[in-house]
Design a protein around this ligand. Structure first.
Ligand code: AMP
Length: 114
């Protein structure tokens, strides 16, 4: 698989505003934020889309949600609330084919779906 933009960030070949890191996950601010807080939670292993997830990834996905919770607390938005989103393929408007979860918050978000 060719190296994705996010792998290059994980490998420190591209800069990013990193807000959280552990052995398996990196989280950094979205370059084009859609809300006052817009952070991408990214596993260090390359998985292209949600369609490529297998049962062996269940723990990793759970850890991504826990990382998002921690970032929300750090950012001071946990109590008011936030949204966690995975985009998948064309209809989901996925642009980077290395799975990532968007953490959006810091204002009243509109609706729950498109
Ligand atoms: P998606 O549409 O779910 O694939 O989202 C990809 C996200 O990556 C978009 O919100 C982009 O703004 C964001 N993005 C693209 N390049 C960078 C970058 N170099 N650093 C941080 N975020 C980026």
């Amino acid at each position: 698989m060719s190296e994705t933009l996010f792998s290059r960030i994980i490998n420190r070949e591209l800069p990013a505003d990193i807000v959280y890191e552990d052995d398996e996950i990196l989280a950094f601010r979205d370059i084009n934020p859609q809300a006052p807080v817009h952070v991408l939670i990214v596993p260090k292993i390359e998985i292209a889309t949600v369609n490529d997830l297998e049962s062996e990834h269940a723990e990793l996905i759970g850890k991504m949600v826990l990382a998002a919770k921690q970032v929300a607390i750090q950012e001071g938005i946990a109590q008011d609330g936030y949204r966690l989103v995975f985009n998948c393929n064309k209809h989901g408007c996925q642009l980077v084919f290395h799975i990532h979860m968007h953490l959006l918050g810091g204002k009243q978000l509109r609706g729950s779906a498109a």
